[in-house]
Design a protein around this ligand. Structure first.
Ligand SMILES: Nc1ncnc2c1ncn2[C@@H]1O[C@H](COP(=O)(O)OP(=O)(O)OP(=O)(O)O)[C@@H](O)[C@H]1O
Ligand SMILES: [Mg+2]
Length: 231
């Protein structure tokens, strides 16, 4: 099982939404995805409950509570034994032994960030924190910045400058845009399952295009990580 973790010190950077998107991308390809819930607010548990209710959950995914080291270890072992292809860990903000353990055990780290000066500062601080931790442990984990909630239209001059500055760090080749389909995921469930429900419903034709574009975007993210993992 490959463990992929979303990290950011800043709240609301788009960690959970990125993970939900990646989960949909890999599950739509028939891969088994274990979601490790290390955020005590339990957004993934709520996501699953909403999805089950909407019949948009995918049986190849499972949420494991991992909000302390004991639960994390048990969840990781269980998911490995059950043959999950990917583990996706949703961390809580800030530094903690739990976050450090997850980071050091990951096969790929992604740091989502929006393009405001404050968000960029926090993303850089998170990147530095991760680097120091990995260097201290003498391990190497590929780490990349994901530009998240990027406007679909033209960027402002300051957003463009922020985006150019991030370009000096390892980055996802394409961003995750601000889309209704992504904002709605937490209530509607897995993206590919929601799309299946929309197909064949003429009233959903226009929103469905937004969902198809969103699905394509998360699939590109998934392929980027697969390439980094040598999958
Ligand atoms: N690409 C996107 N397009 C539209 N809305 C988005 C996108 N990404 C995130 N959001 C919205 O932004 C808000 C914050 O996102 P999210 O919960 O993923 O951040 P987070 O980093 O997990 O936050 P927290 O620190 O509270 O765990 C949510 O309401 C989410 O729906
Ligand atoms: Mg979150």
């Amino acid at each position: 099982m490959k463990l992929v973790t979303c990290c950011s010190f800043k709240g609301g950077a788009g960690k959970t939404t990125s993970l939900m998107g990646l989960c949909s991308a890999w599950a739509s390809d028939g891969r088994k995805v274990a979601l490790f819930e290390a955020d005590e607010n339990r957004p993934l548990t709520r996501w699953k409950a909403n999805a089950v209710e909407n019949e948009t959950w995918d049986g190849s995914c499972e949420v494991f509570i991992a909000d302390d080291l004991t639960h994390l270890e048990a969840a990781y072992n269980e998911a490995t034994e059950e043959g999950f292809d990917y583990g996706l860990a949703d961390t809580h903000g800030g530094s903690s032994d739990l976050n450090n353990t997850i980071i050091a055990s990951s096969d790929f780290l992604l740091i989502p960030t929006m393009l405001t000066p404050l968000d960029i500062d926090e993303a850089l601080a998170t990147y530095r924190y991760i680097l120091e931790l990995l260097v201290g442990e003498a391990i190497d984990v590929p780490t990349a910045i994901l530009q998240q909630r990027i406007p679909v239209g033209r960027l402002t001059a300051s957003q463009k400058a922020a985006s150019d500055m991030l370009g000096v760090l390892p980055e996802f080749e394409s961003p995750m845009h601000e889309r209704d389909a992504f904002a709605a995921m937490k209530n509607r469930g897995l993206l590919h399952k929601t799309l299946q429900h929309m197909e064949g419903n003429p009233a959903q034709r226009l929103p469905m295009r937004n969902y198809l574009t969103a699905m394509n975007e998360v699939k590109i993210m998934g392929s980027f990580i697969d390439a980094a993992l040598g999958e």
